[in-house]
Design a protein around this ligand. Structure first.
Ligand code: UN1
Length: 517
């Protein structure tokens, strides 16, 4: 058994999630097999090792793919509404386990307990959505140009869907993919982030129990563990027709190239560099809430986190002062303590990136408005707690163009019309989320128009983060172009087939071609 934490409350949480057995005492050790490289999950909350899991070997991966392929033969022929019923049962388990799962997300990843619960709520919501969808996997019917012919399209499942997810939403993003893929008739192989393997195991256990209870094969939901080398087993594998990957743009480019080289499909949801435009007609109170939550929520580690505020020069000082004041009230500390707003970043590398961003922005001519720094002393022993910082900066700075996954917010001014702000907002390589704060209908509509925001998400009087599952989620440019979760994102998990049926005794050819024998 691997090294463990002595945290009794966390041991209870792991028992509730059946990651460790009831009689495991306060030890949380866990190994999924007896051999192989160990991946230790370290909590950024207190720096303690929670437990270790073994990295999946290529031989184990081979078994997983075969189990999944077998399971697909059973699952694909089950009527979609019946698959929806299984997802409904999975959802009931999520509702029952919302608190322990939310707590484990918070402890393993470092986001606040409230946000951990919110993340599980996203899982619950997407499952609700998927259950309804299981009766709505509609295709269209077309009018054939030939008499006595019927033409329509139908959607069939793809097969094995590979899911590579990131540490920052360790469970929700998996569920956006699986809940839809499952009702579509696909089976899933999931590689969670090697930084958060335990939440992966918790979800897999929940799913496995539900499938077993319904006498369904275990391969419908599969888990593999490890770093990018394990992910590569899937991206290179022709038996995996779709790979859905969430994470950095660097990772996404690798995935796209490898999957593209074999003409597979990839669904990419990558980095963002999200801005809120604050116009003279904005509501100051709403702006402060939206911007501060967007910038410091999840310690700035959402792909939708607010990185830039583009403020009209006429109100710049007023907005700046209100935001700086609000930062003065932030409580940083243990995310399981509900009094705290901001928890740790994921690890020491993230701390370095944060420090590097603050050094670079000053080197490039920026001015620090709210000083950053790494917190030390009691409660901060993990070394991963940083102070949310604000800098005045210009959009063209190299560091501003870059997504830093930490609570660093850049403030910049625009003058004149809203188009000038939109140009700055669009003037980055990423295109995930964007927002405008305004009570001016004309400005809002210009921001949403064809000449407006170029992002996958464009909000009015809402911040950049916190999207609901009902809409399609994802973005353009270096964000990768994929869409997950709501709307018609389900279509990417299915293959479309056009069917034409001739119910006459003649065989007329399309386009009026004559071919008489
Ligand atoms: C992510 O950071 O990868 O819109 C997902 C949001 C959340 C999801 C973020 N619903 O902020």
């Amino acid at each position: 058994m691997a090294q463990t934490t002595d945290n009794a409350a966390i041991a209870e949480t792991l028992k509730a999630l059946e990651i460790i057995s009831e009689n495991a005492g306060t030890s949380t050790g866990l190994q999924t097999s007896n051999s192989g490289t160990l991946i230790t999950s370290v909590s950024p909350v207190d720096g303690k090792d929670i437990a270790s899991v073994t990295q999946t070997t290529p031989e184990e991966y081979e078994q997983v793919v075969q189990t999944a392929a077998e399971a697909f033969k059973v699952w694909r022929v089950m009527p979609a509404p019946q698959r929806g019923e299984v997802v409904r049962q999975f959802n009931e388990e999520l509702r029952r386990l919302k608190e322990p799962l939310g707590k484990l997300v918070s402890y393993e990843m470092g986001k606040s307990y409230q946000e951990g619960l919110g993340e599980v709520q996203e899982m619950i919501d997407i499952c609700d959505f998927a259950v309804g969808l299981s009766r709505q996997l509609h295709g269209l019917t077309m009018h054939s140009e030939r008499p006595g012919h019927r033409m329509y399209e139908q959607y069939h499942p793809l097969g094995i869907v590979g899911i590579i997810s990131a540490f920052n939403f360790p469970v929700a993003v998996w569920s956006w993919n699986t809940a839809l893929a499952w009702v579509c008739g696909d089976v899933c192989i999931w590689k969670p982030s090697e930084k958060t393997p335990l939440t992966g195991i918790a979800c897999q256990k929940i799913a496995a129990r539900v499938f077993a209870k319904n006498n369904l094969p275990e391969g419908i939901s599969c888990l593999i563990n490890g770093d990018y080398t394990v992910g590569e087993l899937m991206t290179k594998d022709e038996r995996v027709p779709l790979v859905s990957a969430t994470g950095s743009t660097r990772m996404g480019k690798q995935v796209a190239q490898t999957v593209g080289a074999r003409l597979g499909k990839s669904l990419l949801e990558l980095g963002g560099n999200n801005a809120i435009i604050v116009t003279p007609d904005s509501d100051l109170k709403m702006t402060v809430i939206g911007a501060v939550f967007g910038a410091v929520g999840t310690a700035g580690q959402r792909c939708t986190s607010t990185r830039r505020l583009i403020i009209h020069e006429s109100i710049y000082d007023k907005v700046k002062n209100a935001i700086v004041d609000a930062y003065g009230q932030l409580r940083i500390g243990n995310p399981l303590d509900e009094n705290n707003h901001v928890g740790p970043v994921i690890d020491k590398d993230a701390v370095k990136n944060y420090q590097n961003a603050l050094t670079k922005v000053v080197e490039e001519g920026g001015k620090i408005l709210v000083e950053g720094g790494v917190l030390e002393g009691e409660g901060y022993e993990s070394g991963c707690y940083v102070k949310p910082a604000i800098a005045e900066a210009e959009n063209h700075y190299e560091i501003v163009q870059h997504e830093t996954f930490a609570p660093v917010l850049y403030l910049m001014k625009y003058s004149g019309e809203v188009e000038n702000a939109i140009e700055l907002q669009n003037g980055v390589r990423q295109g995930l989320s964007s927002a405008i704060m305004t009570n001016n209908l004309r400005e809002a509509e210009r921001f949403l128009s064809v000449a407006g925001s170029d992002c996958g998400i464009a909000n009015v009087n809402i911040g950049t983060s916190g999207a609901e599952i009902g809409g399609a989620f994802g973005g353009e440019k270096e964000t990768g172009g994929g869409r997950e979760s709501g709307s018609d994102a389900w279509k990417v998990y299915m293959r479309r087939q056009t069917n034409t049926i001739n119910y006459t005794t003649e065989l007329p050819l399309a386009q009026g071609i004559k071919f008489d024998l």
